[in-house]
Design a binder for this molecule. Structure first.
Ligand code: UTP
Ligand code: MG
Length: 668
């Protein structure tokens, strides 16, 4: 299903615009529905304000800046031609009265109003003209104020809308990340052998971040653009439907260009992402294995490979630029053509008086506004695509089938017979990591209370794999593992895991202090008990050597300690759990004799009166085991006590001879 490399996974992703994906995202937005709707409502208001601005300009021009044509009624009475533009004065105003008297010949008086034709205005002195048109000046001032107020309101609404949207986006991202983390943490161990850490880190960081962008910028932009485009179309049609239709003639071309663009961009954007993923993987692999790279002098090879990837990335990037560099200017040109059409057709109508100048100016503004979201389409498209790809990858993790099947709640709660681990039994167990390459074959044995069972065998025999089945890190592919005669798949893992201590072959320590690592948040222990554990696990000399003792902080993975020291600390950790069953996987790495002796002593104390399963590499460790299972290639080939096995002169005997030969330099 999933392959081991992020870029293959990326390459096999399906259609990014799957409606199913959106449907699956919906539940995450549910708790924030009201906020989302509120913000969409605000977007509606903001769009209305955006639409209002050119209209306000139109009012300023038509009502105040360009003089109006005389109305029918006035023209008949005052003898002015109806298409003639006139300025009206109010004779009740003494200042205007004086003006009318001063230029008596130019005015036609009609009741309390005097009219002066537009053409005659040039004969007036500039100061007189301002006085004469003071109402218009006041009107223009008023409209400007309205304009500014609208812009300020728009600004505030935008701010509130943005805050709501960001908040919602962050909350959704927060929920998504928590869910993802919880989900990943509960996945079976097998999942982690298939998915490199780097990939999972990307899922919970980058991919979740991309979703955030989807919710914040894209959703509001989609609504805003949609409202804006529809709104502009309606306003233009209402203002002057003929001119609107004329300017719409470029739309088929715009549509064609956009569809064409998205079709090409999709493949190219994806290719670019794949290349970036490849680069990331190559880089992290190199850094992770830097010692091997340097030791085997692979730098040059690696360098060439990286260079090739980098070049491919550049090529993909150029392709993207190429498409963008055509699309964006193309839309600009189409917008310009639309404006030209408006000037040509609309300008003609204004000249013949069939349309007002204000309407023409507003039209030009609207056309510009109309093309802006289309031009930005490319950028949004990219964000949308990224977000969808991220969503798909996140859901791939949510869908991953690597979860071990847990017993239903009813059965899980049934703890009867689990208070004490009495007997652990493997029954015809087969197990494989991948496919049907069994690394464990037909394994059957028992561990009874208080017994120490040892497992020995050459490297790769399956010893660690066998141990991993008991805490249920993996499930057998056939056969059963039983605790107290019950299949562990029917038991609540958290219950039996709490009774098991595992000392791993390569113990993992967390970053934090030694104290935190040993006691793992168990605060119920008294100082004396803590001290007892430290001593019993032979950790005292190690702790004494460190400047801050128990409170020494460890680096990630405990890499500041030697593997022997890590093993000692993990024995102490096992002690602190006071387990009923001990699983001990002896370290393969070379450990000096004093440390080894200490580990052995600690182990003996730990195993005393407890049930244990011990994997041993140094056969001396397990002389006293109640039973020794000798493993080879996934099978148990011999069983018995040390003395019996030695007598058999079989595989164990040969292993022993081999080791003793080697151990001339070792203690035994
Ligand atoms: P084990 O890890 O069980 O071997 O792997 P072992 O007996 O403990 O070996 P040493 O002594 O510690 O070295 C058994 C087989 O399972 C495979 C290994 O390649 C080996 O052949 N394996 C192990 C996997 O395929 N995947 C894993 O994650 C681990
Ligand atoms: Mg092992």
């Amino acid at each position: 299903m999933q392959s081991d490399y992020g870029y293959f996974e990326e390459a096999q992703l399906g259609k990014p615009y799957d409606l199913k994906l959106l449907k699956r995202l919906y539940p995450f937005t549910r708790p924030y529905r009201l906020l989302l709707f509120g913000s969409i409502g605000l977007v509606l208001l903001i769009t209305a304000l955006d639409l209002a601005l050119p209209y306000v300009t139109k009012i300023a021009i038509d009502r105040y800046i360009v003089p109006q044509t005389a109305s029918e009624m006035l023209t008949i009475d005052a003898g002015v031609k109806s298409e003639e533009r006139v300025i009206r004065t109010d004779l009740n105003d003494p200042q205007q009265q004086t003006l009318v008297n001063k230029y008596r010949k130019l005015f036609t008086v009609e009741g309390t109003t005097a009219l002066i034709p537009y053409q005659a205005l040039s004969k007036l002195k500039k100061s007189d003209l301002a006085l004469l048109r003071k109402d218009d000046v006041a009107g223009v001032t008023f409209i400007s104020a309205v304009f500014v107020i609208l812009v300020i309101i728009n600004f505030m609404l935008n701010f509130v809308q943005k805050m709501i949207m960001e908040y919602t986006g962050h909350m959704i991202m927060h929920d998504l990340r928590i869910r993802l983390f919880g989900h990943i943490q509960n996945l079976a161990t097998a999942f982690f052998t298939r998915n490199p850490v780097g990939r999972l880190v990307t899922r919970t960081t980058n991919d979740v971040q991309n979703m955030h962008e989807l919710f914040t910028s894209i959703i509001s932009m989609i609504f805003k653009d949609l409202f804006l485009l529809c709104g502009i179309a309606v306003v233009m049609l209402v203002l002057n439907w003929k001119l609107a239709l004329v300017s719409f003639t470029v739309l088929p071309l715009v549509l064609y260009a956009s569809i064409n663009f998205s079709r090409r961009a999709r493949g190219i954007f994806r290719e670019l992402r794949v290349k970036i993923a490849e680069i990331n993987i190559r880089f992290s692999e190199t850094i992770g294995g830097i010692r091997v790279v340097q030791l085997f002098r692979q730098e040059m090879n690696n360098y060439r490979m990286f260079k090739r990837l980098n070049h491919e990335n550049y090529l993909a990037g150029m392709k993207q630029i190429h498409v963008l560099a055509i699309f964006m200017p193309l839309i600009e040109i189409l917008a310009a053509v639309a404006v030209a059409l408006v000037i040509w057709y609309g300008g003609g109508r204004v000249i013949t008086g069939a349309m007002s100048l204000g309407a023409l100016v507003a039209f030009i503004s609207y056309i510009r506004m109309f093309f802006r979201p289309i031009r930005d389409l490319a950028e949004k498209y990219n964000i949308l695509q990224n977000a969808m790809a991220s969503a798909e990858r996140i859901f791939l993790i949510f869908d991953s089938q690597d979860k071990l099947s847990w017993p239903d709640a009813q059965k899980g709660k049934d703890l009867s017979g689990l208070q004490q681990i009495k007997v652990v039994r493997f029954e015809n167990v087969y197990f494989s990591y991948v496919g049907d390459e069994n690394v464990l074959k037909n394994i059957t044995f028992n561990i009874n209370t208080g017994e120490t069972v040892a497992v020995v065998g050459p490297t790769g025999a399956g010893k660690t794999s066998l141990i991993n089945l008991i805490p249920r890190f993996y499930d057998p592919s056939a056969g059963r593992v039983l605790i107290n005669n019950r299949d562990i798949r029917e038991l609540d893992a958290s219950v039996f895991r709490s009774k098991i201590a595992l000392v791993m072959q390569d113990p993992f320590l967390f970053s934090g202090t030694i104290r935190q690592n040993i006691f793992q948040g168990n605060h119920n222990l008294t100082k004396a008990e803590e001290q007892f554990i430290i001593e019993a696990s032979s950790c005292q000399p190690l702790i004494d050597r460190l400047a801050s003792g128990l409170d020494t902080a460890l680096t990630e993975g405990g890499s500041s300690l030697s593997s022997g020291e890590r093993q000692l600390i993990s024995i102490a950790r096992a002690f602190a759990r006071n387990p009923q069953l001990i699983l001990f996987d002896e370290a393969t790495s070379y450990i000096d004799s004093p440390t080894e002796l200490r580990i052995q002593q600690a182990l003996e104390k730990l195993m005393k009166n407890r049930t244990s399963l011990v994997v041993a590499h140094r056969l001396s460790t397990i002389r006293n085991a109640d039973r020794i299972l000798v493993m080879n290639r996934g099978r148990i080939i011999e069983t018995g006590k040390h003395v019996e096995l030695m007598k058999q002169k079989g595989f164990y005997y040969r292993l022993h001879q081999l080791q003793n030969g080697n151990q001339m330099t070792n203690v035994d």
